[in-house]
Design a protein around this ligand. Structure first.
Ligand code: AMP
Ligand code: MG
Length: 417
């Protein structure tokens, strides 16, 4: 597990490193404060706005972890078998109300409350039943096969902390506490639009020189997965008035604005003026590939993430930077660490030292050993590489090429996209 990100600048052009850019963005944005109450069933993907405190012990009672016989450990002979009298049965949801005395056993089912007096459960499979007696072999351990009250969660303890995103396990955990409704942050409102005179919208034929606007669909998917409230503002042509009006409108309805295109050297100047007027936005040259140009800052009260136009670069800069900042804005702790793994390269990769590169790769097991191969055309406009890949191969700044078999760092898409 290595993240060999480097924080130095490229002396030639003072490009920001990926680590530095991420740290700056995450450091600047602040969590939203609005919250609402939702039923457990509607809470998947939402972010807890307050700690959930266990109102009772989980499990609430000492109970059996197996089907078998509940006994007092001190009934059992130190050596050889023990014959006990079976005095009743304890079912899950239907306890045995008596006491288990010395020399006695109670037939018990998984999840049934451990009867008073009993402290140990002997699994049914090792016992022998004879009339109303049961024969227990030697070698049992005190307390075995029991679950203690509060062993999962003690009453009064923090079952889930504020800032936790609720997944399937959390839904079950919350339900296990008997909690039916919970406080979550409101959804983050994210407006986005594509910029470019060359962009055609779906449903229209392509004129010469046009491309279909794919970024808006990619972003739609990414933001839906993220759990944002999505505000799709369409395609904006490369005209100052149109950009200004759309940015202004977006800043009034959204917590964050994501744009694609228009931040490369030739184009940035063009919207720089508008952004200077509307807020405070910095244009960055990042020391990465793809995704070198990026804008970040504030328009009114909304944070702006100006991503490059190339479709793969959009996905790299979204997952590597915007996502971290959005996490924090949505009330979650920043992503603690990216899901990085080290695997052997299945093919050689050419690279010059200098920039951090995010190649599209596919991790798979070959003869039981995992390796990663780069997939398809690695051009920053070729979305097919993202579709065929299941990870980024992350080559750090100082990497000067990879030979087959070399260990490389990969970042799995699972959980990221
Ligand atoms: P830009 O960053 O605006 O210079 O765009 C870089 C490249 O990405 C150009 O080839 C654009 O045509 C392409 N591009 C920009 N925006 C989009 C989009 N929304 N969908 C597909 N391609 C795009
Ligand atoms: Mg453009």
């Amino acid at each position: 597990m290595t993240d060999t990100s480097c924080t130095s600048y490229d002396p030639a052009n003072h490009a920001l490193s990926a680590a530095e850019a991420r740290a700056r963005m995450v450091g600047e944005v602040t969590p939203i404060t609005g919250r609402e109450f939702v039923a457990v069933r509607s809470a998947l993907g939402r972010v807890l706005a307050a700690d959930i405190i266990a109102p009772h012990d989980v499990p609430a009672h000492d109970n059996s972890a197996m089907d078998g016989y509940a006994v007092r450990f001190d009934s059992l002979a130190a050596e050889g078998e023990t014959r006990l009298t079976v005095v009743g049965t304890a079912f899950a949801g239907n306890a045995f109300s008596g006491l288990v005395g010395k020399g006695q056993a109670v037939r018990i089912m998984t999840g049934a409350v451990l009867p008073a007096g009993a402290d140990t459960v002997v699994v049914q499979e090792v016992t022998l039943s004879e009339g109303n007696e049961v024969i227990i072999p030697a070698g049992q351990r005190a307390g075995q096969n029991t679950r203690r009250a509060g062993e999962d969660l003690a009453r009064g303890s923090v079952a889930l902390p504020a800032g936790k995103r609720i997944g399937p396990a959390e839904l079950g955990l919350i339900a296990s506490l008997g909690v039916a409704e919970l406080a979550v942050y409101r959804r983050l409102r994210v407006a986005f639009f594509s910029t470019g005179d060359e962009l055609a919208s779906l449903g229209n034929p392509l004129a010469p020189g046009q491309v279909y606007d794919s970024n808006r669909y990619t972003l739609h998917g990414l933001l839906q997965r993220f759990g944002a409230e999505i505000i799709d503002m369409g395609v904006v042509p490369d005209r100052p008035e149109a950009l200004e009006a759309t940015l202004l409108e977006a800043s009034q309805v959204a917590d964050a604005i994501i744009t694609t295109g228009g931040v490369s050297v030739g184009e940035a100047d063009f919207i720089k003026e508008i952004l200077d007027k509307l807020g405070e936005v910095r244009f960055w040259k990042l020391n990465i590939k793809p995704g070198r140009p990026m804008a970040f800052g504030k328009v009114g009260n909304a944070w702006l993430f100006g991503l490059p136009g190339n479709p793969v670069a959009v996905m790299v800069s979204y997952t590597q930077f915007a996502l971290d900042a959005l996490h924090r804005m949505a009330g979650m702790d920043p992503l603690p660490m990216r899901p990085l793994l080290t695997v052997a390269a299945g093919n050689a990769i050419k690279k010059q030292p200098g920039r951090r590169e995010y190649l599209r790769g596919k991790v798979a097991a070959f003869d039981g050993k995992f390796e990663v191969k780069t997939v398809g055309n690695q051009g920053s406009g070729v979305l097919r590489s993202m579709s065929e890949a299941n990870c980024f191969v992350v080559l750090p700044e100082d990497c000067a090429g990879v030979a087959t078999g070399d260990p490389v760092t990969v970042e799995l898409f699972e959980g990221l996209l």
